[in-house]
Each structure stands twice: as structure tokens, then as C-alpha cells.
Design a protein around this ligand. Structure first.
Ligand code: ARG
Ligand code: ZN
Length: 431
């Protein structure tokens, strides 16, 4: 698809509308028996097309119910339907596969990605490239789709997925649950989790469903620490507008993780990250990252800069600290550490905390300081409203800054994003 850092991710020629992911999982063996069915529309005449899929054993592929030829080469699966697909045609591709999904290394992150099995738990963590380890897809955030997950697991474990639970049936010691994600979702934000979890459900005053999963038998303190998520949702709704999805929740693993991840409607955390700042950070991502997703992996500052800045704003409010003091300290520490420009990162810096998160947040803070509350929040809200459910990029954001605040504001943001030297903090209106 031409991503700057991941040229092999995603494929042209079609647009996926829906994924139906049907997984029978044997957790004790870490094996799956699966059928993923994509519904897509051809955007050009197609004699063949590619999906991204790595590992596992594919037994059969069919297009519109007719068995099709396929070949595999690394992460590329090429499918040749019996009849070419004319541009504009809607079609379905069903891929049957089985085996043990593998994790993968990705140059953009220091952790393994994809399907993991550890200590009796299965979880997926896919940002950016890992989704292709457990279902075939068009693995780029610029092709979002709706999803259904159908998970069959032994009765002794609980399964969960990103989206709303709509059905649960049991037979012969197996339980099948069905989950719907009716809002567009990037492939990397789809997730499944299987293990001995307790589900805790509540409705907020406006009806929003919150469902959290914690390891069975967890201390009450684990659940208690998740209570900050609804507060964060309320706080960010004031800034960004109504929460974008049908539900939110946190799933806590029974072991520490080297990250937390904003899987759509159900963020994954380890017990080592269930603190207000990180919980709020993953909540911001539901708007900035999940509902609105950068259209190229070089643009992660748009996810992480917003998540870091707005969660520091929440943290300041929660703890009664001055945002100005927190940001001054961020700037001081970064000045000592040195940074690179967040708008011009390299492939290994996707989630570099100093460059992308902290200088990304300071970029937004510099804009906030220059233009003041009213204009800043109007820029942030206009950008979100114009891109919700879709994609964004830095130029699009700068266009809105230009329209609402003018060229001086654009130059300031550009210097924070692109200058090798980090600019100084200029004091402005009291925030
Ligand atoms: N977007 C994640 C966050 O909230 C980044 C975690 C890095 N790990 C990963 N697999 N992408 O900070
Ligand atoms: Zn983040």
C-alpha cells in the first residue's frame, strides 16, 4: 500500500468492508482451527489479489463460495479466483487454516507481536504488524472494516474480543461466543483474549457499557484501580466529544507486560500498568488512534502525542497539579535527554517515548500556549470531528491549524515537529 515504513503491509485493488473471524481454540495446546471470511469490494479489475498472512497451515481458500488457487510467500498470500473480479464488485474470500500461530518481531517495537500464549492465557497484541499472525487481512490502518469474532473455547476458560458480546452458546464442553465491532476498526486494533478471567460489567449514567476483565481471584484493588477509566472517558468527552464506540473496558493480564495497548473498546494492560496515567492514555487512544487513525506508520505522533498530552491534562486535573509545571518538567527532562523531531522519525522510533510521546505532547502544548484554550480545543475538536471513523495525517492536521489559527501557528507546530533542535517553551496565556 506504500506505507513509508512497512511497504509490504496492506494491498491495493480492493477495500475490505467486513471480517468474520471464526476461531476454535485449544488453549492447552495453543492450537487453532479457523475460518476467516472477508467481505470486500474490488477497486479495480482483479485477476488475483493479495492478503497479508504469516504462518499457520492454509487448507482451502474460496472466493464467493468457489475454491480458488492460492500461493504463499512470506507474509504475502496471493489468491486467484476462478473468475476475475470486475472493479466495483463485492466479493467474499474465505480462508480455512489451522495450527499454532507464531509471534513476530517488528523493527518498530521492542516487544514481540501477534498471538501469544503464556501462563494459561492467550492474548493478541498486534500494533503495528502482528494481526497477520492470527487472521488473514489487508494489514494497513488505511483499510478499516467492521468485524465479527466467533470464538469457541473449552468451558473452563473465558474468551473475550474487541466489540460487543451478542451471543453465547454451550455444547459438549465448549462455549461459543460471538462479538461484534460495528464501527470501523484497523486490523491492528482487533484482539482476542482467552483465559481464566472474571468479567465485571457496569453502565455509566448515559448508558455506556463498561466491561472489564481481571484474572479470577484478583484482589479488589485490581478492579478498583480500573475505576479511573470512566472518569477519564468523561474528561476526554469534554474535549473530544462523545466516546466513539459502544463500550469500553480494560483487560488485565495475570502477568506484567512490557506495554499497554489501546485495542478498540478493550485495552490490554498488565498489573504493572493499571495506574491513572496509563489507563487514561489508552482511553485517549479510543478517539485518537482508534476512531481516528494515522494513514501512515510514520505519523504515530498523532496518536501518541495526543494520548500523552491529554492524559497528562487528566492527570494534572486528578492530582491538582498545574499542567504548566508538568509540561515545564517534561521540557526540562527532554532538553537534557535530547530528542529527534517527531514529525520525521525513523522506522525504529515509532513508539520512542521521548521523541514521539513527549515531544509530540510538547508540540500540542506549544500550540495550546500560543493560541489559548478556546482556539486550541476548537482545533482539536474540529480535527477529530472531520476524521472520526477514518484516517488522518500531519498535513491534514496542519490544514486545520492553518484555517483556525493561521500561519504563525502552523510555523510553530512545524518547528516542533521537524526542527532537529527542540524549540524552547514560550509562556502564553494561563492554561
Ligand atoms: N500505542 C501503545 C501505547 O499506548 C504503544 C505500545 C508499544 N507496543 C506496541 N506493541 N505497539 O503506548
Ligand atoms: Zn499510546
Amino acid at each position: 500500500m506504500g506505507d513509508s515504513f512497512y511497504p509490504l503491509l496492506g494491498n491495493n485493488g480492493y477495500d475490505v468492508i467486513h471480517y468474520h473471524i471464526d476461531l476454535d481454540v485449544e488453549p492447552s495446546e495453543n492450537t487453532i482451527d479457523a475460518v476467516t471470511t472477508l467481505t470486500a469490494v474490488a477497486t479495480e479489475d482483479l485477476e488475483q489479489f493479495n492478503l497479508d498472512f504469516l504462518g499457520l497451515e492454509v487448507s482451502v481458500v474460496s472466493v464467493d463460495g468457489v475454491e480458488a488457487e492460492f500461493s504463499r510467500d512470506g507474509q504475502e498470500m496471493t489468491i486467484q479466483p476462478v473468475e476475475p473480479l470486475p472493479s466495483g464488485a463485492q466479493f467474499t474470500v474465505a480462508v480455512s487454516y489451522s495450527g499454532t500461530p507464531q509471534t513476530i518481531e517488528d523493527p518498530g517495537v521492542p516487544v514481540t507481536l501477534g498471538w501469544h500464549s503464556a501462563s494459561g492465557v492467550i492474548y493478541t497484541a498486534s500494533q503495528p504488524s502482528g494481526a497477520m499472525t492470527w487472521y488473514p487481512n489487508n494489514n494497513h490502518p488505511s483499510d478499516k472494516a467492521t468485524f465479527t469474532f466467533q470464538l469457541t473455547v473449552p468451558d473452563s476458560v473465558t474468551a473475550a474480543a474487541t466489540g460487543l458480546l451478542s451471543e453465547e452458546t454451550s455444547a459438549d464442553g465448549l462455549t461459543t461466543t460471538t462479538w461484534h465491532m460495528d464501527d470501523p476498526m484497523a486490523t491492528y486494533l482487533a484482539a482476542v483474549y482467552i483465559g481464566d478471567f472474571e468479567r465485571h460489567e457496569q453502565r455509566l449514567a448515559d448508558g455506556l457499557l463498561i466491561r472489564d476483565y481481571v484474572p479470577r481471584g484478583s484482589d479488589a484493588s485490581v478492579r478498583d484501580s480500573l475505576a479511573v477509566a470512566p472518569e477519564a472517558i468523561r474528561f476526554f468527552e469534554e474535549i473530544l466529544g462523545p466516546y466513539p464506540f459502544d463500550a469500553y473496558g480494560t483487560i488485565v493480564m495475570p502477568f506484567p507486560l512490557g506495554f499497554a495497548l489501546e485495542n478498540q473498546t478493550l485495552s490490554i494492560h498488565g498489573p504493572n500498568t493499571i495506574y491513572p496515567y496509563v489507563i487514561a492514555h489508552e482511553v485517549v487512544h479510543q478517539w485518537m488512534g482508534d476512531s481516528v487513525t494515522a494513514d501512515d506508520w510514520s505519523q504515530t505522533w498523532l496518536h501518541e502525542g495526543f494520548a500523552h498530552y491529554l492524559s497528562l491534562m487528566f492527570f494534572a486535573d486528578l492530582t491538582g497539579q498545574e499542567l504548566v509545571a508538568i509540561m515545564a518538567e517534561e521540557h526540562r527532562e527532554l532538553s537534557v535527554a535530547g530528542t529527534s523531531p517527531p514529525g520525521a522519525i525513523e522506522a525504529h522510533e515509532l513508539f520512542d517515548f521521548n521523541t514521539v510521546y513527549r515531544r509530540g505532547a510538547l508540540t500540542l502544548y506549544a500550540l495550546h500556549t500560543l493560541v489559548g484554550d478556546d482556539l486550541f480545543f476548537s482545533i482539536v475538536r474540529t480535527h477529530y470531528d472531520q476524521t472520526a471513523g477514518g484516517n488522518t495525517n500531519t498535513d491534514l492536521f496542519l490544514g486545520i491549524v492553518d484555517d483556525l489559527a493561521g500561519s504563525e501557528a502552523v510555523s510553530l507546530v512545524e518547528s516542533w515537529l521537524y526542527d532537529p533542535e527542540m524549540p524552547g517553551i514560550v509562556s502564553g496565556p494561563t492554561l
